[in-house]
Design a protein around this ligand. Structure first.
Ligand code: BMA
Length: 317
């Protein structure tokens, strides 16, 4: 038995969706400290005898930043007081004004942080890395301005790093693309991976979510989809399975969402009707999943499932 506690609750009998909510959600509520008004789309990985994470948080000026945080149990979190300060590889200080939607991925002995910041007055994917969580290095922007939702695969596949991303937010661009790189700096061979759904919960745009999880059926992808309604946008969670050796092949994709905003902490907040997944912990022994999602751009919530339940649901729906 690993001594690292895995956050978990059994599926309630009345659960209808393949992801069920932690009964004590949100795990991080709004106004968690006197300095921070909201902490939401955040990403955790196992570290030492607990977890470490990169958290999207807004101080009282509401300018989004990313913070380092630690957790012993995956349920309670201690965030640093200061946001992360990146330096470029040549020693220059990063002068970006805002950062958001971090995904933390360990590859070898390096922890990569894929997130968005400002570039030419537009949001853009950035890649930072650290080996010790003390010094944070940022690569020169690997993607052009107006790229979002970078999700890096946790290992090289056929000698290449793979990244999911979406171009901008304009009406013309809302699909997930796949990019390839040999060194994380120069990306190319872009290909369309998944289009928005023609109708329904992912009609307006879709984007990457959690780091893909390798399973017996291929890469399990937990992503987000957005629908526009008379009442504004609704962000739900969806699932797909990509081929293990060639993730540009979508083997299955669930037509039904896996979770949508329903509880008050998901429907009402800074931006209501948002469930935005950024990371999932996997318990290798049991296949249990603890999925962290930001709710209503105001708080962090936890959903549970298992690899088998999600694979079955995605294949059968
Ligand atoms: C998206 C991103 C997310 C956010 C969502 C809803 O464009 O900025 O961080 O949760 O909008 O506001």
């Amino acid at each position: 038995m690993s001594k690292r506690p895995f956050p978990w609750e059994d599926r309630p009998k009345d659960a209808v969706d393949p992801i069920w909510r932690y009964s004590l959600n949100p795990v991080m509520k709004r106004n968690p400290t006197s300095k921070l008004s909201q902490v939401y789309n955040s990403s955790l990985v196992p570290y030492e005898d607990g977890y470490i994470g990169i958290f999207r948080a807004e101080p009282r000026d509401l300018i989004t930043k990313i913070f380092l945080g630690r957790s012993k149990d995956g349920l309670t979190f201690d965030l640093d007081e200061e946001p992360i300060h990146f330096v470029y590889e040549d020693g220059r200080m990063d002068d970006s004004q805002y950062q958001y939607d971090p995904r933390l991925i360990k590859i070898g002995d390096t922890y990569y942080i894929v997130y968005c910041d400002d570039f030419a007055n537009l949001a853009s994917i950035s890649i930072g890395y650290t080996k010790d969580f003390k010094t944070f290095i940022k690569l020169a922007h690997p993607f052009p301005p107006d790229s979002r939702n970078g999700v890096l695969f946790p290992q090289k596949i056929n000698g290449e790093y793979l990244m999911l991303y979406r171009i901008a937010d304009s009406a013309a661009a809302g699909d997930i693309y796949l990019a390839r790189s040999k060194d994380l700096r120069y990306w190319g061979e872009y290909s369309l991976l998944m289009k928005r759904t023609p109708y329904g919960w992912g009609k307006k745009k879709i984007g990457g979510g959690c780091t893909p999880i390798l399973t017996k059926e291929g890469w399990l992808l937990i992503y987000h989809g957005v629908m526009d309604t008379c009442n504004g946008l609704i962000y739900s969670i969806g699932g797909a399975i990509l081929d293990k050796d060639d993730p540009s092949i979508v083997k299955y994709r669930s037509k039904a969402y896996l979770l949508r905003p329903e509880r008050s902490y998901e429907t009402t907040g800074h931006v209501g009707n948002v469930c935005f997944p950024c990371s999932a912990l996997v318990d290798e022994e049991t296949g249990r999943l603890a999925i962290y999602y930001g709710a209503s751009d105001d708080c962090i919530c936890l959903g549970f499932s298992t690899i088998d339940i999600l694979l079955d649901y995605i294949k059968n729906n």
